[in-house]
Every structure is written in structure tokens, then in C-alpha cells.
Design a protein around this ligand. Sequence first.
Ligand SMILES: *[C@@H]1O[C@H](CO)[C@@H](O)[C@H](O)[C@H]1NC(C)=O
Ligand SMILES: *[C@@H]1O[C@H](CO)[C@@H](O)[C@H](O)[C@H]1NC(C)=O
Ligand SMILES: *[C@@H]1O[C@H](CO)[C@@H](O)[C@H](O)[C@H]1NC(C)=O
Ligand SMILES: *[C@@H]1O[C@H](CO)[C@@H](O)[C@H](O)[C@H]1NC(C)=O
Ligand SMILES: *[C@@H]1O[C@H](CO)[C@@H](O)[C@H](O)[C@H]1NC(C)=O
Ligand SMILES: *[C@@H]1O[C@H](CO)[C@@H](O)[C@H](O)[C@H]1NC(C)=O
Length: 533
Amino acid sequence: MAANSFSAPAQAVKGVAKTLAHRRQAVVGFLFALIVILVLHTTVVFGPSWSTNDIVVLQSTSGEQNARTSSPPALLAPNNSIQVHDIDNGQKDGAAKNDGERRDQLGQTVKNDANDKMKEDLVGQELDGDVKHGAPGKPICDLSDPRYDICEITGDARAMGANRTVLYVPPADERGTDGPEWAIKDQSRKNLGDIKEVNVKTLSAAQSLVAPECTSRHAVPAVVFAMNGIIGNPWHDLSDVLIPLFITTRAYDGEVQFLVTELQPWFVDKYRLVLTNLSRYDIIDFNKDAGVRCYPHIIVGLRSHGDLDIDPARTPRNYTLLDFRLYIRDVFSLPPEGQGIPYKEANKKNAASNDNGTVTENPKPRLLLINRGESRKFVNLPEVSAAVQAAGFELLVMEPSRDMGMEEFARAVDSCDVLMGVHGAALTNFFFLRTNAVLLQVVGLGLEREALHYYGNQAKAVMVQHIQYFISAEESTLYEKYGKDHPAVSDPDSVHKQGWQGAKRYFWAEQDIRLNITRFAPTLHQLIRTLRE
Ligand SMILES: *[C@@H]1O[C@H](CO)[C@@H](O)[C@H](O)[C@H]1NC(C)=O
Ligand SMILES: *[C@@H]1O[C@H](CO)[C@@H](O)[C@H](O)[C@H]1NC(C)=O
Ligand SMILES: *[C@@H]1O[C@H](CO)[C@@H](O)[C@H](O)[C@H]1NC(C)=O
Ligand SMILES: *[C@@H]1O[C@H](CO)[C@@H](O)[C@H](O)[C@H]1NC(C)=O
Ligand SMILES: *[C@@H]1O[C@H](CO)[C@@H](O)[C@H](O)[C@H]1NC(C)=O
Ligand SMILES: *[C@@H]1O[C@H](CO)[C@@H](O)[C@H](O)[C@H]1NC(C)=O
């Protein structure tokens, strides 16, 4: 296998480059990729998407009384509130937002992602979910991370959805003459326009005396977070919400309640298995909650360590991104770690049956080809499909649809040895692959760095092999459209240097792929050899 060559010009011929480089080598920046991912990938989903209008959150209508499975009753306070989940009135799905709005937000997102120099300061604070952040004299909120703000109260914490406020009532001997106040965005992107602020306040001595009475008391911690922002494609669903939620709450082993601002029914429905595992309590539609909910511990906001990433040094229990993949697989009831890739397992079985005289056909490795519906699609899909089969693969082609259940989709990905597609959010499904399976990324012109930064490095980190096919200029429809001398074709870097508008237009929006089968075939053959090893 050739060494990774993403820094070479796109036109340079590199049939296959198995990326061996360490993930952190990825060039930071090129954040406009994110913008484009947002704007352009909304239809290619991590499994299915918002299909129903009338989803009732987790169905149940009561609070902790309906604790799922093995919730220890001892943890529950005697008088829990009745929480009615009525979210059937016209909450729009994430995809309904217009692109212009998202684009604006993205301008801010770029800033947001820019650096992680504050990281060191935070390390100590995140090592343990039980650290007492609301201790007297200590600030409750930490605004120092470039990606997110977070507040943490330990003690008498009261959450009031009606006015988006979380209060800390200090013990009598620790009350001051006034109390500090914060307003933070309760998700992993603190600069995102449409994430509204939640107020967090330590009550003064005088205010404490007239603090709003609890209408329900709970024995487990609560986390307040926003379910809007730029979710709507699998990359953002995971990077912005699910991974941050995992980082922030996994260590509670389900003993935590989610108070969700801007709750999106489609998101709850789509990721139900994950959400109900992270919290065994009902999800509260916080915007519609009229009570004063009292908890011994409340976190407002979600921690995030990078683009689709986890920094184990900053998580309780040292969770890694690999832990997250194994966790997700577990939650979707996919085969446990230790199973080989499907092709290897099939070969084993085949060998066994040949031993007892049953003659069976040799198994073929399975390749799941994701075809994007709109931009960056394969314009010669039939030829590509034929080439994949001719190389000896069993082929599955999927255009992820909104009607397909997540579990079904996860099983389909798990059953394959290779997930192939053009750079785009659907590749996020590599989280459902088995260890040592392959993500085969077809890298269009101008997308070399993004291929690694948003998918390739993460795939490697979770023990999925990452193979890149860098197209030649002739394989991009930009070549047909603009000719070989146009800068988007002859010098993609020069387009990047002029800003994301141009990059977005050419590389993400206008570019389709016409794979040169002759040129691509060696990649497939190499891939088969790799799988047989
Ligand atoms: C917020 O709402 C609660 C309960 O609905 C109320 O008791 C409290 O006074 C309100 N606080 C503010 C600042 O409006
Ligand atoms: C909750 O229970 C406690 C103790 O049983 C009681 O003092 C309090 O008034 C109750 N609160 C509500 C809102 O019923
Ligand atoms: C969450 O999933 C893990 C792994 O599958 C399981 O051990 C645990 O019991 C689940 N927790 C809840 C609350 O469902
Ligand atoms: C996390 O890793 C650090 C070093 O990488 C180690 O010192 C620490 O004990 C680990 N913590 C846990 C909970 O495993
Ligand atoms: C031979 O082995 C295969 C795989 O283990 C098994 O499914 C099959 O039933 C066996 N056939 C006989 C005749 O023992
Ligand atoms: C396809 O690739 C082959 C091998 O690299 C090359 O010889 C041929 O000219 C290419 N065809 C087109 C249409 O670019």
C-alpha cells in the first residue's frame, strides 16, 4: 500500500493510499468543510431520519416513576413530578431549517472550532463527573473552553424550564450578599446563533430566602442541553450532540436525567437507543416544563473535545473514541468485539463445513456503496457497481433513506467489510463497522485535508482501516464543466485560499464524480488482498 499522500496535489496519481499517519497530523483548519457539510449533506443521514410527525418522547408520561429497567427505586424521591410530554404540536424537524440560516451559524462555528489552547486548564476539572463544581466560593460556570461553556452545580440546584433558569441555593452559612449570574448556550457549540441561552444563577442570601419552591425532587443528577443547532446530518448529530453527551454523561451509567431545551422529536426517535441508554429516566421537554425541578447536581451544557472526537484525558474513566464506537455497537446490539469482519467469519464457517464434506461456494467480501443523492454523487454508478462486483465483492448499494430504521441500517453496515462512498456525512456510519473493516473514501478534488480531518483520522482511531482513492482531475465533473485550466481543477488550493464560499461552491456543491474504472480497479484488487490477509 502506498503511504498516505493527502498533501500531494489532487491530480497526482495515487490510486490507493492507506493512511497510516497519526491522526493528529491532520491539518487543523479548513473548517469551512464543516460549513459545507452542514449545508449540503442534510439528506445523507446516519440511518433514517425524521419521518413521523407525531412522535411522543419516550412515550411515558410520568417522571422518574417510570424509571426503566433496573433503576434502583431507592434513588427516587417520594414525590416526583408528573411530566407530561406533549410535543405533538408542530415542532419542526432539523432539516426544515433553511440553508441561509445554517450558513450564518456556520460562520460562527468556524470561530468556535478554531483552537484548543484552553484545554490544559480544563483537564483537571473534567476528570471526574463527581467533582464538586458548585462548591462555595467556586464559580459554577466555566466559559474558558473555545468550543463550549458549561455550568455545574452540586448541592441545592433548581431547574425551571419556563424561564430557562437554573438556580443554585447555597447552604445558609455560605450565602453572600449577591450572587453571580451567567447565561450560556447549552450545547457543544457555544457560538452558534440559534442556540438560546440558559440562565444560571447563584442566589444571594436575600434571594435564597424567597427561592422558588421545588415542585419535584429528584435523587439523580440532571443535564440541561439543547437539541437544536446544526444537527440534521449524522456527522453533526454525533459530533455536536451524541458524542458530547457521551463525554458528559456516560459515567453516570444511566443514572442521570436529561432536561432538553429545543427538543426535536425526530432526533429523539432516531437516537432513542442511545438516549435511553445514557439516561434511564424520561427525557424532559424542558421548554414546556412548568415546574421547579430540584436535583442534587445539575450540569448545564455539553462538553466537546473536537470535531467528531474524544480526548480520553478529559473524560471520566478515560473514554476514547474507540470506546464510543464499541458503545454504539453495543447499544444497537451488533456483534461484540472479538468477532472478525464478516468476510473472515464467513470463511471460518465455510472451512468448517468443507471439513465435514459440505461443498459450499467461497464467500465474498461485502462492500456497501453509499451513493449520495445530490452533490458528490457517482454519475456512472452502474459502471462503478459493475467494477466492484467484477473485482469479487458482493455489492450492496444504499442511498440512505428517511424511512429506513436506524437499527436496520446499523445491521447492514455491520454486515459489510467495506463502506465505500464519496466524502460526505453518510461516511459517519463507519461507527457501525467492525474492527478492521474498511472505510474506502473516494476523495474529490479539493477535499484531501477534509477527508482526513472529518473522517479518516477518526476511523483509524476506532480501529477501522481507512483507504483513500484520490480521484484524478478528469474524474471530477468540474473538469468537464470548467476545463483543465480552471483553478478549481488545476489548483484547488488556490480556491481554498480565497475562502470557503468558492471552496464550498466547487468542491462540495458542484462536484460529482465519474470514476475511471480502469484507474480505480487496482484499488479494489488491493482491497481484496488486504481483506484476505
Ligand atoms: C422562573 O420560574 C419559576 C417557576 O416557574 C418562578 O418561581 C421564578 O420566579 C421565575 N424566575 C424568574 C427570574 O423569572
Ligand atoms: C416532597 O416531599 C417532601 C418530603 O416528603 C415534602 O416535605 C415536600 O413538601 C414535598 N414536595 C412537594 C412538592 O410535594
Ligand atoms: C447501556 O448499555 C450498556 C451496554 O450495552 C448496558 O450494560 C447497560 O445496562 C445499559 N444501560 C441502560 C441504562 O440501559
Ligand atoms: C486515565 O489515564 C491516565 C493516564 O493516561 C491514568 O493516570 C489514569 O489512572 C487513568 N484513569 C482511569 C480512570 O483509568
Ligand atoms: C457441517 O458444518 C456446517 C458448519 O459448521 C454445519 O452448518 C453443517 O450442518 C454441517 N453438516 C454436517 C453434515 O455435519
Ligand atoms: C482512465 O485511467 C487510465 C489508467 O490510469 C488511463 O490510461 C485513461 O486515460 C483514463 N481514462 C480517462 C477517460 O481519463
